[in-house]
Design a protein around this ligand. Structure first.
Ligand code: COA
Length: 431
């Protein structure tokens, strides 16, 4: 059967497609802004037909209605990353959280987390009968490869991205044609604090560096302060509109990269239509699965690799909590550690944790001890640079005393006295 006949004979509607999901199945939902919302809506509308369907998802940018208390008999969410729409379910015990490195999720689908159904979103097929996974290749490719049943929403709004991100129509069991704008992520708000952080991070970045940008407002905001740099490269788990702005400023050539020279490398994208237009059919963009993009060994093949991520709290030893507030899970490990380790192995590499010094001016993010129950995302041996609006602290290779002193030096002035008292008690010396 030629691909066109296969494709046309496997088109169905969403209500029929989600009947393939059975009680007790593990369903993996396409990631982040590529969530196939039309299929998820149909699955939720069919909730009465299911019992105990496990929904595995990471950065959930959709409505996540399957997390609502009224569906607790029908669905149980297993979050690989918690977000605004899923954190209540996890906190209230209706959902679960699985700690994991983003780079290892594809392997989990082949081992501990076998997949029954993958709900994905793709472009219409090209002339060769291949669909692009568009803005999310990450674990979505691996979920499709592992699943017994693959259901795809075919959306003409999905940008056709290049790279290792195409899937032949024959690998998909049914197609639901539904056009809807790709979920947007608005650009971050930049105030004086973000501006100062951006400038401090920029002081650590040199022409020719290859950058990774983490999730959250700060990493994207930092890019706005790199417009006078030259010959930068992008090898990042994700990127947003900030990269487009930097590209338009002439700061990016990708020419100094050790892997995929000349290309913007990413595993997923979140931004506005401006970003989605930039990546559409762009031969300079290389989208690939997360077990390639986030593999520390691959990352390290770029010399002068700089990772820029954010966090919730840092203690005086340099332990970084990025995904919990005390015992409450608010996000996940994601690719933070993948990239910090990749940057550490890169010749000339640097790993930056950038954050405001306070939570909305009220409490310090640099603390003597992490909040009770907080998970350490980046351990004290992995941490390298910590940056706030007050400066840069270099921790790697430094003693506990030196680290504490450097961190106090970039804490908000309102909290320094308290931290100094802790320093004196802990190290039996003057600050
Ligand atoms: N104590 C209490 N609350 C805190 C806090 C702290 N120390 N630090 C942050 N918060 C609160 C914020 O006030 C905010 O609350 P709100 O939602 O009520 O406004 C919320 O937690 C989120 O913090 P914010 O700083 O606004 O988040 P962000 O969108 O900038 O993301 C991280 C920051 C740390 C959550 C994000 O970078 C992350 O998830 N990192 C881990 C994964 C990672 O780095 N991946 C990288 C590759 S994708």
């Amino acid at each position: 059967m030629d691909w066109k006949t296969y494709y046309e004979s496997h088109i169905t509607d969403a209500a029929a497609a989600v009947k393939r999901i059975k009680s007790g199945d593990r369903v993996v939902v396409g990631h982040a802004c590529a969530e196939p919302s039309h299929l998820v809506d149909a699955m939720v509308a069919n909730a009465a037909a299911y019992e105990n369907v496990e929904i595995v998802h990471m950065v959930a940018k959709g409505k996540s209605e399957y997390c609502a208390p009224e569906y607790s008999r029908n669905f149980r969410h297993n979050a690989l990353f918690v977000g605004a729409s899923t954190k209540a379910a996890v906190a209230e015990g209706r959902g679960d959280f699985t700690p994991c490195y983003f780079s290892e999720i594809p392997a989990l689908f082949q081992s501990t987390l076998p997949v029954d159904v993958a709900l994905i979103q793709v472009t219409p097929p090209n002339e060769q009968g291949k669909c692009s996974l568009g803005v999310s290749v990450d674990y979505t490719m691996a979920a499709a490869a592992a699943a017994k049943t693959v259901i795809a929403q075919v959306n003409r709004h999905m940008p056709y991205t290049n790279g290792a991100c195409e899937i032949p129509v024959e690998d998909i069991d049914c197609f639901v044609l539904h056009d809807t704008p790709i979920i947007p992520l608005p650009p971050p708000k930049i105030g004086p604090v973000e501006e100062a952080i951006g400038k401090n991070v920029a002081s650590l970045i040199r022409d020719g560096d290859t950058l990774q940008l983490g999730i959250g407002a700060i990493p994207d905001a930092v890019l706005l302060f790199l417009k006078d740099k030259r010959e930068l490269g992008i090898h990042s788990e994700m990127f947003s509109d900030g990269v487009v702005e930097l590209a338009e400023a002439g700061a990016i050539t990708n020419q100094n990269k050790g892997v995929q020279r000349g290309k913007y490398v990413a595993t997923f994208l979140m931004g506005t239509q401006r970003l989605y237009d930039f990546v559409d059919h762009n031969p300079d963009v290389y989208m690939a699965p997360v077990d390639y993009v986030n593999d520390p060994y691959v990352i390290a093949q770029n010399e002068n690799m700089v990772s820029i991520n954010s966090c919730v709290q840092v203690d005086l030893m340099g332990q970084v909590a990025s995904e919990t507030i005390g015992m409450t899970q608010i996000s996940g490990t994601g690719g933070q550690v993948d990239f910090i380790r990749g940057a550490a192995r890169s010749k000339g590499g640097r790993a930056i944790i950038a954050m405001p010094s306070t939570v909305k001016g009220k409490t310090s993010k640099i603390v003597p001890l992490l909040d009770t129950g907080a998970a350490v995302t980046t351990c004290r041996c992995d941490v390298d640079y910590v940056v706030t609006e007050y400066g840069v602290a270099h921790l790697k290779g430094h003693t506990l005393r030196e680290r504490a002193r450097a961190l106090i030096g970039i804490a908000h002035p309102d909290f320094r006295d308290e931290l100094i008292r802790e320093f004196q008690a802990r190290f039996h010396c003057e600050y």
